[in-house]
Write a protein that binds this ligand. Sequence first.
Ligand SMILES: [Zn+2]
Length: 352
Amino acid sequence: MKETEPKIYETLKQQEERTPEEIKEGLKVDFERLLENLNSLEKQYSELKKELSLDEKGKTMVIPKEHEKKFQESWENVIKRIEKETDAFSDWEDTGVESGLILGLDEGNYVAPVEFRKKTLLTYLYSIIVRGNIGGRAELDAVKLYLKVPDFLKLWLAIIKAGPGSNILEALDHELIHVLQHTGEVHEILRQPDGFIEGLQTLEMMKNAENKAFQNRALNEMHAYKSSTAISSKRPLTSELIKHIKNGYKVKNIDQLTAAADLVDKLKALGLDDTEIGRLVEQAEWNKKDATWGALNREVGRLGSKYKLETEDVENLVLADRMERKIQSLKAQIIALEEMTKVAESFKDSAK
Ligand SMILES: [Zn+2]
């Protein structure tokens, strides 16, 4: 049994019919309580952080061989506690990233097989000439990450620093979300016997395939970025994401990006998971006249009228959802810090 409070949309789902008066009054979100909660967690986090003077980058920290087992056990405890005491892993249920934390990132039970490997020369050329830097790639039924498999200590430090939606975990979840969008279909065009890209002989061919394959890229990427960074204390601003996708993925249509961000935020706040959003993303078509993404916009409308929500109610839900997820991130960060402090202190004692 989880020890977490129900989220606002969960309460909304369980609610009996609201009376016309209640509907008129609008959805009550207790922002004051959310803010209080956030502030006290932030305070607790920064105090704990002062206690343990960690190297921010975690690059210089090495565990002595004889202590490895103890660290490993504490790390497992971190995961168990986060799972039990928070809701911070909820966004990972669809992609299976949580299992990777326990079993090792290269051994997780993901929604599709994940391979950690080096970039081939052509992928490298492609990434510098056609696109921005590529950290990973989702194919029809597999994900490739161009990274070394990080050890648990790196993951631990990443969670301490920014929460679950941080760093390498974000990159992995991002690519797996593309699998949930089934955008692999378009990768068929790019797939060759040797795998992606390798079979494409010229950069011109790469560029053409790229244009053909990613007509809905603004939406695909915005969904993957929004969801993979949702539970993080360093969640990027929408404006930063727009800029990042516009430059890194050569998306020209800013309206498409803005609408995608708005709709994904709303659907997540209304309680949809990434499998459900992925399905909508797969079906979505850009409606130029109304500057919106068809399937997603219809779903926001349908849920809004089902729960009898005014536009303002939905906007409040989005704000509250943002705060709720930040609270979950901070709780996870505090647990990770507490356990790190505990294990560090136990060595201090034994050294006396
Ligand atoms: Zn992507």
